[in-house]
Design a protein around this ligand. Structure first.
Ligand code: GLC
Length: 421
């Protein structure tokens, strides 16, 4: 640009990027767990430098359920203040109508990504959101304590229950009074749908609603799995687990007060951090299986969607491309042990060196169990809420699993009749 043109542009109040495009001010909204926001800021700084655009983060609470409620309100009101939404893998069908189709803009990027993750974001041939990272949980265990008591990491939930009880009791007797056997996500929110689905599916009790839309949750194996979890509350898990989300569980674990924790891979990098009491004293394995069942990890993950109400859609798409790129995913894997959606990165030696969980988790991701967001379409959040409520009620001692699942089935049938049949 000549100096004269630049002066004219500046006088008109228009800032231009290096390539001559207009420099936009974008707003990206994202929830905050672990180091997510500081990592995001670092990557946004790099994007700003490369593109000439500026990006502001609108920070949301940690709970995906709270984020969903807010986003649904903003989007139904046609909010123009947010350009890019960081979206949970389960939301695509419910929010599809408010987002721009990214299929064309991302056509060169799509083939690099895991096809089933891309598929999870497709609604009626529209690519609703573009993947940033995927998620599949681990069983975190204290390798020092298991070694001290001569135990192997558990392969079944009953082994976990036994080991957790024994180590908790012995550690408490030895003066470690704050020690807990197992922490997980027991609060009534989406995270409990994940934990509950894992207990049920790993016990051969199905996926709540099957991919073909059949409601299967009211069965004996599912009830037995939830009763088993109820047995943990107040024995190997603190009573407070009924209000734990990811970060509360991590807080107990990372201060050294739990033998086992169920959590997502982000907790790996943080647990290994300088300020962590469990640094060098822990490892991960896939979640245990039920008797006669097999380990089941709930498929999670986060994507980026461009609002159709955004006034800066081209810049917003460039931002999504940048944050979903191989380079950004690699950096995120190295710094925060977030799992890439690009399969080749699972063989990347630098990632494997920095965060061994990533290299080990390719198969867990491949076999992860999706929540029934695709078959329940625009009712997923309501279906999930009914499920997490039934599970939380049971864990809290309000009704047996069998009775609560019976009620749940009736509620799901009503929802199905009203919407997704
Ligand atoms: C993680 C998962 C997400 C899930 C949430 C539940 O953030 O990536 O998919 O819904 O946990 O708390």
């Amino acid at each position: 640009m000549t100096l004269r043109k630049m002066t004219v542009a500046l006088a008109a109040g228009v800032l231009l990027c290096a390539g001559g495009a207009r420099a936009e001010e974008l707003a990206l909204v994202a929830g905050s767990i672990g180091k997510d926001i500081s990592e995001l800021r670092m990557q946004l700084d790099a994007f700003e430098k490369e593109s000439g655009h500026t990006v502001k983060i609108v920070e949301m609470p940690a709970s995906t359920t709270d984020q969903f409620g807010q986003y649904r309100l903003w989007l139904s009101a046609g909010n123009e203040d947010v350009d890019v939404y960081r979206t949970d893998v389960i939301w695509a069908p419910q929010l599809a109508a408010s987002f721009v189709d990214l299929a064309e803009a991302m056509k060169d990027e799509i083939p690099k990504h895991n096809p089933s993750i891309i598929q999870s974001q497709m609604v009626d041939d529209k690519l609703v959101a573009f993947p940033m990272y995927t998620d599949a949980p681990a069983l975190y265990y204290r390798s020092d304590l298991l070694e001290k008591y001569g135990k192997e990491p558990p392969k079944t939930w009953s082994e976990l229950t036994e080991i957790a009880q024994e180590i908790q009791d012995k550690e408490r007797e030895a003066g470690n009074t704050q020690m807990n056997g197992f922490v997980f996500q027991g609060a009534p929110y989406e995270g409990l749908t994940c934990d509950g689905l894992e207990w049920v599916a790993s016990n051969g009790g199905g996926q709540i609603v099957e991919p073909d839309g059949e409601i299967t949750i009211n069965n004996e194996k599912a009830a037995a799995a939830i009763e088993m979890a109820k047995g943990w509350v107040g024995t190997i898990a603190p009573q407070g687990v009924l209000s734990y989300k990811e970060e509360e569980a991590r807080g107990v674990w990372q201060t050294g007060n739990a033998v086992f924790m169920r959590n997502w891979p982000y907790a790996y990098a943080l647990s290994a951090g300088e300020d962590s009491a469990v640094k060098g004293k822990f490892d991960v394995v896939p979640l245990p299986a039920g008797e006669g069942g097999k380990s089941a990890a709930c498929l999670g993950g986060w994507n980026l969607a461009v609002s159709k109400y955004s006034q800066h859609q081209d810049a917003a798409i460039a931002l999504v491309k940048f944050l979903g790129s191989e380079a950004a995913q690699k950096e995120r894997a190295i710094n925060s042990s977030r799992l890439p959606t690009i399969p080749t990165l699972y063989d990347d030696p630098e990632i494997a060196e920095a965060q061994p969980i990533v290299a080990e988790w390719g198969e867990v991701v491949e076999n992860a169990v999706p929540r029934p967001s695709a078959p329940t379409q625009r009712q997923y959040n309501e279906v999930s809420k009914e499920f997490w409520t039934a599970v939380n009620e049971t864990l809290s001692g309000r009704g047996t699993a069998a009775d609560n699942l019976d009620q749940l089935e009736k509620r799901l049938r009503r929802l199905k009749r009203s919407a997704w049949e």
